[in-house]
Design a protein around this ligand. Structure first.
Ligand code: HEC
Length: 232
């Protein structure tokens, strides 16, 4: 509860400064053109009215008081929350910001966070109600180490429920000696609790050793048998 209270205080303190008519606008980036598009793509799925996040960032008036916090969160890569360590496994549901998007958000905030002309505003996306708790269908639960008795095609990983601050690292050692880095969660937060889907399904032959370094088990998700690798 401490964080929201601090944030509220911070945003109240910043409001008069940020909203002040004298702050010079030193950027061509605007909310209605570039910034709303980035926010709708990467942030609004949680930051909308009755979404998972505590405040909506859908309109300029909603987002503007949070400008400095937005800059800090994206510059530190804390938002959008993702959790997996970059470069350790590749995931298709990774909705992290690309470097140019981070740079645009930062430059927009530092340039006075201007609104721009309403005619450029994109349509507000429709937010589907997603049940985050729908259990994944097929998989092998691994607690510690397991050697596969038969070949599988892994489509992703659903980590077990981890306490905040815990870590999980998963590697697969193939019979030919190759090591596949599957997933690494470090200093996890509860809102990162979600499945991670590989960019490409990973074929793990019989005899592969899967090692889950964590106090909780992980579910190695398997592709549906009828679906071919090509059809996504
Ligand atoms: C998966 C859901 C989700 C997505 C996507 C997401 N957020 Fe958040 N955001 C949260 C939650 C939950 C909180 C409150 C808890 C926290 O601070 O972690 C939060 C808090 C914040 C805060 C307040 C941080 C603070 O404590 O000062 C800012 C600013 C923020 N988000 C900006 C963004 C931006 C910008 C994006 C897109 C680039 C984004 N968020 C994407 C869920 C999300």
């Amino acid at each position: 509860m401490l964080r929201p209270i601090r944030n509220l205080a911070t945003s109240f303190l910043l409001l008069p400064i940020l909203a002040g008519a004298h702050e010079p606008i030193t950027t061509k980036l605007t909310w209605t053109q570039e910034i709303s598009r980035i926010v709708y793509k990467h942030c609004a799925s949680c930051h909308h009215e009755s979404g998972a996040a505590p405040m909506s960032l859908v309109t300029y008036d909603e987002a503007r008081p949070w400008a400095k916090a937005i800059r800090d969160e994206v510059a530190e890569r804390r938002m959008p929350p993702w959790g997996a360590v970059k470069g350790f496994g590749q995931f298709r549901n990774d909705d992290s910001l690309a470097d140019p998007e981070i740079e645009m958000l930062v430059l927009w905030v530092e340039g006075g966070a201007p609104k721009g002309d309403d005619i450029y505003l994109p349509r507000v996306p429709v937010f589907p109600v997603i049940s985050r708790s729908a259990p994944p269908k097929r998989g092998i639960t691994v607690h510690g180490e397991t050697t596969l008795a038969h070949a599988i095609t892994a489509s992703g990983i659903a980590p077990g429920e981890m306490p905040a601050g815990a870590s999980m690292q998963i590697v697969a050692k193939l019979p030919d000696g190759t090591v596949e880095n599957l997933l690494w969660l470090r200093n996890t937060r509860t809102e990162w609790d979600r499945p991670f889907y590989f960019r490409q399904p990973i074929a793990l032959p019989k005899g592969t050793l899967i090692a889950v370094h964590s106090s909780v088990p992980a579910l190695i998700l398997q592709t549906e048998s009828k679906r071919s690798k090509k059809d996504r």
